[in-house]
Structures are given as C-alpha cells and as structure tokens.
Design a protein around this ligand. Structure first.
Ligand code: NAD
Length: 366
C-alpha cells in the first residue's frame, strides 16, 4: 500500500492544491448554507503585509471549479496589488456563486457576513462585481471585517470612482510612454464594460476630448451612456480589430489571450478589469513582442483598494486621491524599468511587489 501522506508530486496532480491557479495560497474557505442557498468561497492568498483585503464577487459561474479558479486568481492578484501600492495589506477575495440580480438577498448577505466574521479579521471584504455599498452595510451589522460601507456609517463609500481615477492616471502614463503624450484628446479609446468603473472612466476621458467607443453586453446601458457622453457604440464580442489607439478592459478578466492579442490594433492597453492576461507570462510576452504597451491591471486599478484602505488605516480623502494620483508616476517607472531590463511591464511590477513581500517576511522572521 502506498503512503497515505501525499508527496509533492501527488500534490501537483491533485485537484485542490494542484489547481492551475493555486499559488501557495494560505487558506481557502468553502462556505455553504442550506437555508439561504449560499455557496461561497473565500480565498486568502498571503497575509505577510497585513490582513487579506479584497472584494466579494457574485457571479453565475458555469461550475464550482470555475468559481474556485476565479477566487484563486483574484486573491493572488490582491496580494500584488496592495504590495505595489505600498499598502500594509495582504491579498484575499471572495466569490458567491449565483446571479446577483435574482439570487442576492439580505439573508444571504447576512449569512455570508457570519462566515467572514468567523475568520476574525484575517480576511476583510469589500465590493466587487455584483455587490453594492448597501450589501456592505448589511454585512457591517454582523461583522466589523467589511469595508466599502456607506459614508453615513463611517465608510469610504463606493470605491469605483477612485478606481476609475487611478485607471485614468495609468492610461495617461501608458499613453505618454507609448504615444509620446499623456493628452488623450482625439485618441480613439474603446471602453469594454461600462459599469461602475467603466462609466466613471468614460467621463474622465470624454471630458478630455477623447473619441470614445463603448462596448457592453447590456444594450440598454449602451444606449443610455452613448447618448449621455455622445460616444459611439460597438456591439458584440468582436471588438478587438477596431481601429483604436487605446483599449480599456473594464468588464471581466482574461480578455487578453491568443485570439484577441492577434486581432488587437490598439497601441496601449489600460483598464480596470482584474486579471486581464489569460496567462501572465505568455500573453504579457505576446503583447511586448507586438509592441503594445500594457499597463499592469493590478497596478492601475488599485484606486479602489487605496480608497477602502482608508477605513482600516484612518487616512482621509485628500490622502486617498494623492496616493491614487501617484499611479501615474509608478506606471511610468514600471514602463521605464521594463524597457531597461527587457522584461514585460507586468513582470516589472510583479517583481517590485514580490520584493516588498520578501523584505517584510524577512523582518517578521527576525
Ligand atoms: P460592474 O459590474 O459595475 O460593471 C461591469 C460591466 O461589464 C457591466 O456593465 C457588464 O454588463 C459588463 N460586461 C460583463 N461582461 C461583459 C462582456 N463580455 N463584454 C462587455 N461587457 C461586459 O463592475 P465594476 O465595479 O465596474 O468593475 C469592472 C471591472 O473592474 C471588474 O473586473 C472588477 O473586478 C474590476 N475592478 C473594480 C474595482 C471597483 O472599484 N469597482 C476595483 C478594481 C478592479
């Protein structure tokens, strides 16, 4: 009989620790409640720099493995996002399996809050796709380990406008690097996903005189915003071949893959979506080879986490905007470093974040 303890080779082939997206995550919590129908997964990737803070996403996943894969990727992304942004936070994220429009209710949110509370602050939640400030307010009644609550109860409010401001800063820096100017006037920009962040970004760039093209699966929203911002509309999924200067992915992740990169005409990519590169190494390199300047997602979409961090650290609105504006300089530094070292910008940002984590780990082990 073989040993009952798995060796490293077995672990790599196993269905849980061997998941493609498993990257030495510290803890994964499966939350199940029969009464409310809650099925959620909390992923805690790394807590070296502080408690694992990251939003909760509610999404109708095709199956549970897809949800697990998403939470693994998203929580890991949060570790590097907070590290590169200089925040004393670790990386975590949660997903609730279901349709936020039809399956979300107050009881489900309260039950989920109890699960978050059971982790005693090791994981702190916030909003993500499918969540509203109101949901965070409901959770706050059950647990203090929730951020992004309403300003009326001491929170930092909706983080999306701050996220959009950071993306706008990152886009300007990427444009300066690649196109020689950070002025977006006259630039053709495709914004894919015009939800909370996408719309706020559309406002910044139309105010600056960019020629904006909107894409979303929600056609009524497309109609509403195209009128509001006098923007063009591109329908369907086949938007990558459009004649554009900048592509801003603000919907879901993995839109940069073998197929789309081959089609892309944009010279710059800067958007809010998490995990835009389907495969960080392969697709980061493909973009580099094609001469497309890709502003790392986890760097430029950090405005939201900077905003909610205020609730943990106690700093004010002015400091939030200053730190978010700083994304412009950091993005330029990253492009400079990537060029100097002949690596992808994603790698350059990742290395800086990792070295901050390693340094802290050493201090803690002293
Ligand atoms: P949201 O749910 O408000 O908006 C998402 C929009 O994308 C919706 O309008 C939806 O209809 C659209 N969409 C979904 N699938 C699409 C597809 N295949 N093609 C085109 N459009 C599609 O979400 P949000 O809060 O605006 O966040 C957008 C992205 O930014 C997400 O990936 C999120 O994880 C990331 N992000 C958000 C924040 C934040 O502060 N809200 C912070 C960091 C990262």
């Amino acid at each position: 009989m073989t040993s009952e303890i798995l060796d490293q080779k077995d672990l790599k082939n196993s269905k849980v620790f061997g998941q493609l997206s498993f990257d030495n995550h510290e803890q994964i919590v499966f939350c199940n409640d029969e009464d409310t129908g809650l099925k959620a997964i909390i992923g805690i990737h790394n807590t070296t720099l502080g408690p694992a803070l990251g939003g909760t996403r509610m999404w109708q996943y095709k199956n549970e493995w897809e949800a697990l894969n998403d939470v693994l990727r998203l929580s890991r992304g949060m570790t590097y996002k907070s590290a590169i942004s200089g925040l004393n936070l670790g990386g975590g994220k949660a997903v609730i399996i279901g349709d936020a429009k039809t399956q979300k209710n107050d009881n489900l949110m309260r039950r989920f809050a109890e699960f978050v509370h059971s982790l005693s602050g090791k994981y702190i939640t916030a909003e993500d796709v499918g969540m509203e400030t109101r949901d965070m307010d409901i959770m706050r009644k059950i647990t203090p380990h929730v951020t992004g609550v309403s300003e009326s109860i001491g929170g930092s409010g909706n983080p999306s406008p701050v996220t959009a401001y950071g993306v706008y800063m990152g886009m300007k820096a990427a444009s300066k690097h690649k196109l020689g100017t950070d002025k977006l006037e006259g630039k053709k920009i495709l914004v894919q996903g015009i939800g909370h962040v996408g719309e706020a970004l559309v406002k910044y760039i139309t105010d600056e005189g960019a020629e904006v093209i909107l894409n979303d699966i929600n056609e009524s929203r497309l109609e509403e915003l195209s009128k509001k911002y006098n923007a063009k509309v591109a329908l369907g999924n086949d938007v990558y071949e459009l004649d554009i200067d900048i592509y801003a992915p603000c919907a879901l992740g993995a839109t940069l893959n073998d197929k789309t990169i081959n089609q892309l005409n944009a010279k710059v990519i800067a958007g809010a979506a998490n995990n835009q590169l389907e495969n960080e190494i392969r697709h980061g390199k493909l973009l580099k080879d094609k001469g497309i300047a890709y502003a790392p997602d986890f760097l430029i979409n950090a405005g939201g986490i900077i905003n909610v961090y205020a609730e943990v650290s106690g700093y004010g609105k002015e400091e939030i905007m200053k730190r978010t504006e700083n994304i412009y300089d950091t993005t330029l530094d990253i492009f400079y470093l990537a060029q100097k070292e002949n690596i992808t910008p994603h790698r350059a940002a990742f290395d800086i974040a990792q070295s901050r984590i390693n340094k802290r780990k050493k201090e803690l082990n002293k």
